[in-house]
Design a protein around this ligand. Structure first.
Ligand code: SF4
Length: 63
């Protein structure tokens, strides 16, 4: 299966630069999930910019 890294990068809303996982969504999800977090793209832009990617923040944002 071909990797869509360039396409993923162009759709990525994460503002944290530089990140070696940018466009590698599988690595991004695994990294954050292992830390009890979610990827930046699941948060609204103004919340993403705070870099608080906790599940608690996700629930607080969307409840
Ligand atoms: S959400 Fe995290 S792992 Fe994913 S691109 Fe942004 S900083 Fe990197």
């Amino acid at each position: 299966m071909e990797c869509n890294i360039e396409k993923n990068k162009s759709n990525c809303t994460c503002t944290y630069e530089p990140c070696s996982r940018k466009g590698k969504c599988c690595e991004c999800i695994t990294y954050h999930w292992n830390m009890g977090e979610l990827p930046g793209c699941l948060f609204p832009l103004e919340v993403e910019r705070t870099y608080d990617r906790s599940i608690e923040k996700f629930v607080e944002t969307y409840k």
